[in-house]
Design a protein around this ligand. Sequence first.
Ligand code: HEM
Length: 520
Amino acid sequence: MEPLLLAFTLFLSSLICYIIFQPILNRHKNLPPSPLFKLPIIGHMHMLGPLLHHSFDRLSQKYGPIFSLNFGSVLCVVASTPHYAKQILQINEHAFNCRNESTAIKRLTYEASLAFAPYGEYWRFIKKLSMNELLGSRSISSFQHLRLQETHNLLKLFADKAKNYEAVNVTQELLKLSNNVISKMMLGEAEEARDVVRDVTEIFGEFNVSDFIWLFKKLDLQGFGKRIEDLFMRFDTLVERIISKREELRKNKGRKENKGEQGAEFRDFLDILLDCAEDQNSEIKVQRVHIKALIMDFFTAGTDTTSISTEWALVELMNNPSLLQKAREEIDNVVGKNRLVDESDGPNLPYIQAIIKETFRLHPPVPMVTRRCVTQCKIENYVIPENSLIFVNNWAMGRNSAYWDKPLEFNPERFLKNSTNSNGVIDVRGQNFQILPFGSGRRMCPGVTLAMQEVPALLGAIIQCFDFNFVGPKGEILKGGDIVIDVNERPGLTAPRVHDLVCVPVERFACGGPLQSLGC
Ligand code: HEM
């Protein structure tokens, strides 16, 4: 036989053997169920669309509440029910307390971030520091005036646009607001990082085949390498400038000069990190890369997520005018028409809180909690091998009719205490496994308290003061009952709407009203 023909025959027979025997071998290993048809080299990758959480939801209808897929040489396990979410995030937490680090994540987090650090001494030190100095209740209260100021700036902008009957890109303005809030809390000033932050969260969620197929490791078929390096340069330049400026300030004036609004000595998170870096006795030797990584962490984790949730809530209310009306009645009754909603009103606005929870159910800003298996683990009869990638599909759980009545309907009532169903007591802080917008367990989001204080107040203040005429994709202006805003998503680590929300704001109160306090 010709050598070429022989090679081809050998290749073809090994391909056939692989396709026939691989699923049988997998079943013997007791892996979670998996689609039978798997291609050599890429495995099941051909079955996935751009929105991974949608593809996984579709596959779970066929392969069950826990199933496995091969992404090249990497085994991925997808859980789509509260039962398996609890098994992974609580009962067997020790086996799943790390995250996957793609090439993009490794480079852009300087391999030193909190969100992607392996569970261990460094992670514990930084998480404690972050909770004590940035995201604990005391710090959140002390930074409240910064958030209020940013909300007021946004309302003033909307009022200006309303007077001139001009459109405003609400998506961009919300992103700017949450960027400024995080930036001022961390760095004491508003650093413009929203473009780089959105690009970073997008690339973190994208599928780089080189991360999964060893054959392609060096090839960079999708051009990720260049994008990652460009992003790295943009972010590193920004963060170097911020740190160097602060170091200079500390050298020249001494950090005691950095005063808060009330004149008391005030240290922001950057100062605290620089103090740690100078402290010879610090538990962990904090280096410059750690500081950069943490700035990246908080910008990426805290900017997009907060603005996406506010936007989704606003879109759902615009699509459901009767719910918007109800929300306003609550605000008018509790807060009145002469002052603006603020964060202290949150606990007295249960309907607004229910709107936020319902938004998290239908549009979780982080659609999947992703982890890595650090030690082989058994979940019921299934073996989850070490180094498997784990996805808990939050998005799918929120839309499953087994746990939610009419799941595709936006209905905040389901989160009210007096509602006829039993969901009234359901919270979003990681204990009710059918809704996990902030994850669960030790790696749960440390920003939950901040987000649950900031988002309802921001949404409340916006809808208290403004109606919105929606500007459609062709520039057409739609009003009131005509509005049906599309709810399609964009791929990435987070799930924002595919199009920016552009609206013409209309002041609710022709004269007077709560905006008067801002001089509008
Ligand atoms: C609506 C707002 C937010 C949502 C929906 C959200 C969601 C999440 C989710 C799902 C996780 C993964 C949890 C897990 O693995 O169990 C996470 C982790 C994290 N989030 Fe948030 N987040 C939000 C706001 C924030 C804010 C405001 C900050 C900080 C300023 C923040 C900082 C972090 C950090 C540092 C982690 C990694 C924690 C770790 O690995 O130990 N998040 N977030």
